[in-house]
Design a protein. Sequence first.
Length: 114
Amino acid sequence: MSQTNSPELHVGSNVYTIDGEKVGRLRFIMVDPETASVSHLVLEKSSFLEKDVMVPTDRVGQVLHRGIFLTANIGELLDMEEFPESEYGGRERNDDRGGNRGGRRGKRYRRHRD
């Protein structure tokens, strides 16, 4: 991910492909607890994406005030790993109210929200 002097990652920011096409919004920021650095961005399901996807930070070109610009095209995004929300203490979008709120112990990532 390229470093800039100003903008920071913000949940809800618009996300664009390398072609400049808006594909959705940032849903979560994944942090590797061993290094305390951002490892993935989770893009929210949209009209372009059938599922929430995990985008490695090496596919982020720029973070600007107007949005996050990736170095991936829509085809590459469609092939990226789905975000397994239920494994991170969240509820699936269509599950019952019970959900797994116990968190994910001993796993590689944790989620961060503003």
